[in-house]
Design a protein around this ligand. Structure first.
Ligand code: AMP
Ligand code: MG
Length: 487
């Protein structure tokens, strides 16, 4: 099954075996990606051999595999042309949502890169024998890393010795012979620009419009909570395409149906409501951990409801989200003075890397492709470099974004206070109650969530277990029995 809405490649595993004639393959098939049992799009690209159209481009002794997408409908050919002219610096030029692998010659040199924010994660093992393995999931490299060398521009993956994750905004060249070199292609801006408030408002709207425009492709759904972030995205899609489809999820415990409906009506959206149980949301935990390969319990709580909602969306479609706006805008730090807010934003922007919150895996195993316009490079650059005084102004959080969409959304939406998806769906409170019900002390609930997340991580990422085989109740029982959590 193929769909024009989905990039040609959504995952990869590239192996080079050296020294000697190289068997070089790039594929995301049942054998190589553990979660691909559910994957509907396969990259079956043999870089030396035949490749599926759109995933791989070759010229001379260079082969480029592009996972994800870059603006202007550019495929791997565009990356190849740029690489031909600029070498590794090509990746400083590329805005997009991608991971890329460039194979030189027969595989004696491999260059890998990820976008500015590392939104498509990439993992590398370089053995002392000169083998180079690259994959978009760390778990498929488990076992290979035992003989893995250290690599610049990377961090070791917890629990997977020798498997290294490429840092956001980094390009790494690995020579089979041993030498390797990393270059920054983007860094989080450390400066702030003086921008007139009216100009800032107009610029935020304009960059968001551009980010949405290059990522819109039908069929597409915007996941809508009725908060300012996703409502602004839905309004932008509507303005760009003349129509918008929206979906809101609620549980038996809590929902945001009314505020979302208000926005959908205002935009004339084709709107759907999905009702589910909060238990089924929590049951996603092993899948979320397996897909993000991250044990951070807060991130898991945000992603659980989305993972559940994605199961209801038709395969072959694209999902537009408002995810992540709060990080550069400081939206979760209500009530902070401007100067303190500036420091908090600096902290938040220095800790996103490796959390894999925006990983496409969460959707791609269901045949969906996700776009997060607030983390588009130009949008992120614009939002980060605005002074905190424009993000919190006249006592209003995310002031600049709210102003930017004041004429496009109901007044009630523009002024609606932030509600996190983990709150609006009742996920956080439900998980807490489950743990309290198991005798966990109130002050130890966060610790329990962290231990459970880590245990599941050890099973499904480091241990290679299928997430569907993980019994969350049993993991919880084991954690409660093992740790001092009830005291
Ligand atoms: P939030 O934590 O509220 O910032 O949520 C992140 C993103 O997830 C939002 O911008 C929406 O795109 C999406 N989202 C949040 N809540 C819901 C919901 N109840 N139904 C559908 N999508 C949602
Ligand atoms: Mg929300």
């Amino acid at each position: 099954m193929t769909s024009d809405a989905i990039p040609a490649a959504v995952a990869c595993h590239v192996s080079t075996r050296g020294p000697g004639p190289t068997r070089l393959s790039a594929r995301a098939s049942e054998e190589t990606l553990r979660l691909a049992g559910q994957a509907r799009w396969q990259v079956d690209a043999t870089v030396v051999g035949s490749a599926p159209q759109g995933a791989v481009a070759r010229a001379g002794d260079l082969a480029v595999l592009l996972v994800g997408e870059i603006p202007d409908d550019g495929g791997p050919e565009a990356v190849l042309r740029l690489y031909h002219d600029l070498g590794p610096w090509a990746f400083s030029e590329l805005a997009g949502r991608f991971a890329a692998v460039v194979v030189h010659g027969a595989g004696e040199r491999v260059t890998v890169s990820v976008d500015h924010a590392g939104t498509v994660p990439l993992y590398v093992v370089h053995t002392w024998d000169g083998d180079i393995d690259v994959a978009t999931e760390a778990k498929v490299l488990a076992g290979l890393g035992d003989r893995g060398r250290p690599l610049p521009g990377t961090d070791e993956v917890p629990g997977l010795r020798g498997v290294r994750r490429l840092r956001a905004g980094t390009c790494l060249t690995v020579q089979a012979s041993g030498h390797s070199r990393a270059r920054d292609t983007w860094t989080v801006p450390a400066h702030r620009e003086r921008v007139d408030p009216d100009a800032a408002v107009a610029e935020v709207r304009a960059v968001l419009e551009e980010a949405v425009a290059w990522q819109v492709r039908e069929p597409m759904t915007t996941v809508l909570s009725g908060g300012i972030d996703s409502s602004a995205v839905a309004a932008t899609v509507r303005a760009h395409s003349g129509r918008v489809a929206t979906v809101t999820m609620g549980t038996d415990r809590s929902d945001e149906f009314a505020p979302a409906s208000l926005v959908a009506r205002h935009l004339g959206a084709r709107h759907t409501q999905v009702s589910t149980t909060v238990d089924s949301v929590l049951a996603e935990l092993p899948f979320v951990v397996a897909l993000t390969e991250c044990a951070d319990p807060a991130v898991n709580e945000y992603l659980l409801p989305l993972a559940r909602l994605y199961r209801e969306l038709p395969a072959g479609s694209r999902v537009m989200t408002g995810y992540g706006a709060d990080i550069p805008l400081g939206g979760m730090h209500r009530g902070q003075a401007d100067m303190a807010l500036e420091e908090l934003i600096v902290d938040d922007m220095s800790t996103f890397d490796g959390l894999n919150e925006l990983s496409p895996n969460l959707g791609s195993h269901l045949g969906l492709w996700t776009s997060h316009p607030y983390w588009d490079r130009a949008v992120l650059q614009r939002l980060t470099t605005l002074a905190a005084g424009l993000k919190r102004r006249e006592g209003i959080d995310k002031w600049v974004l709210r102003q930017a969409f004041a004429d496009a959304l109901p007044a009630e939406t523009v002024s609606r206070p932030k509600l996190g998806i983990h709150e609006g769906s009742g996920t956080t409170s439900h998980w807490s109650e489950v743990l309290l019900g198991r005798g966990v002390a109130a002050g130890r609930v966060q610790a329990a969530k962290a231990r459970i997340s880590r245990d599941i991580y050890d099973l499904v990422v480091a241990g290679g277990q299928e997430p569907g085989d993980v019994d969350l109740g049993a993991v919880t029982t084991a954690v409660v029995a093992r740790e001092e959590l009830t005291g």
